[in-house]
Design a binder for this molecule. Structure first.
Ligand code: KG4
Ligand code: ZN
Length: 361
């Protein structure tokens, strides 16, 4: 089985070919990702119109490059899988329409993929993980804990009631005059800072509600920065370190709850696993916190390679393969309309404000 995947939901234009022969492990035959970071940097965040235009300009070449790298011709591909939501609608239209055109011209089936499902299933591509497992998705647009039970069967156990975690990093960076994207720059500055200098709040810590919240922390950072302005480099480093410590602590509290729930709901799972995905998972302080939590709770900690944790098309091609294999590819995908909002789990009620302000809102 070979599937061509296309991803255009935010600020990466990506295409990939993934193969599965049913005997050996799946193989990523190509994985081409063009980041638009430079185009958006001057604006301090992703500008939807610029993103859509950049996808239009780049996508043909990226698909061609992915096919060429994979040494597979379009004829030899079994299906085309494209991200159909959630995300910025301009980009989704570009990717899905291109995929529809390719599928129609080459007479191949089209599979409309939920971007979050791509993230959710990546650990099966990289680590051959068995169901069920727990997923922590922390990116610029999403902050969720999801119980991944099987292909197409996801239960959202927690989401953010305001900002996404990556968004909180990006806004903190902006307030402190650090360049976009904020996350890596906050982490870099934090390395020479004192995490105890500012006692920032740990939002939701100990709360009976399972969700995340980061906007109060952002406000606390703004107040602290305003109170001691103008900021020296050391002040910026101390704020970053204190912010990162608060985030790790709050995140750890929420994840610990979810690990305990997983134990209760899946008692037969001898060695359960927590999988992390999304750009924020690159943060070493956060990673170390999660690793320690998992080892205490007897969970395996699975962090796919960073290139496959952040947005890419291999995860979309792989989700296509999983759906084909499970016999749940949508037969009417050619009529699928892109969805800027598309929860993975249709059962959990949407939370007011959740994930609706980020780049992927
Ligand atoms: O998954 P991703 O590449 O794109 C999506 O949002 O889907 O995640 C990007 C987010 C940005 O908000 C960025 O600031 C954050 O991940 N990020 C980090 C780090 N690297 C990227 N946040 C904290 N620490 C990092 N090292
Ligand atoms: Zn993503």
């Amino acid at each position: 089985m070979r599937v061509l995947g296309i991803e255009t939901s935010c600020d990466e234009t990506a295409a990939s070919v993934v193969a599965l022969d049913g005997v050996s492990a799946p193989e990523i035959l190509s994985n081409v990702v063009l980041s638009q970071i430079e185009e958006h940097a001057a604006f301090g965040g992703v500008v939807p119109e610029i993103a859509a235009r950049a996808h239009v300009e780049a996508l043909d070449g990226i698909v061609e490059a992915a096919l060429e790298d994979s040494k597979v011709s379009l004829d030899e591909v079994d299906a085309i899988a494209a991200t159909a939501g959630p995300g910025l609608v301009g980009g989704l239209i570009v990717g899905l329409m291109t995929a529809k055109a390719i599928a129609a011209a080459a007479n191949k089936p089209l599979i409309a993929i939920n971007h979050l499902e791509g993230h959710a299933l990546t650990a099966r591509l990289t680590d051959g993980l068995d169901f069920p497992y727990l997923l922590l998705l922390v990116s610029g647009g999403h902050t969720q804990i999801v119980a991944v039970r099987s292909v197409g069967d996801y239960q959202r156990w927690a989401t953010t009631i305001d900002d996404a975690l990556g968004e909180a990093f990006d806004k903190t960076a902006k307030m402190l005059g650090l360049p976009y994207p904020g996350g890596p720059n906050v982490e870099k500055a934090a390395a020479s800072g004192d995490p105890r200098r500012f006692a920032f709040p740990r939002p939701m810590k100990g709360s009976a509600q399972p969700d995340f919240s980061f906007s109060g922390l952002k406000t606390a950072v703004r107040q602290a920065a305003t109170a001691i302005a103008p900021l020296s480099d050391q002040d910026v480093a101390d704020i970053c370190a204190s912010f990162q410590a608060a985030v790790a602590d709050a995140l750890g509290d929420r994840v610990a709850r979810a690990l305990a729930r997983f134990r209760r709901e899946f008692p037969r799972q001898v060695k359960p696993a927590l999988v992390v995905a999304g750009g924020v998972a690159a943060n070493r302080t956060i990673k170390a916190t999660l690793e320690a939590l998992c080892s205490q709770a007897g969970f395996a900690f699975v962090a796919p390679p960073q290139k496959l944790c952040t947005d890419n098309a291999a995860m979309i091609a792989w989700a296509g393969i999983e759906r084909l294999r499970a016999g749940i590819a949508d037969e009417n995908a050619a009529d699928f309309v892109p969805r800027s909002r598309w929860p993975l789990d249709s059962v959990s009620a949407p939370l007011v404000g959740s994930g609706r302000r980020g780049a992927k809102a």
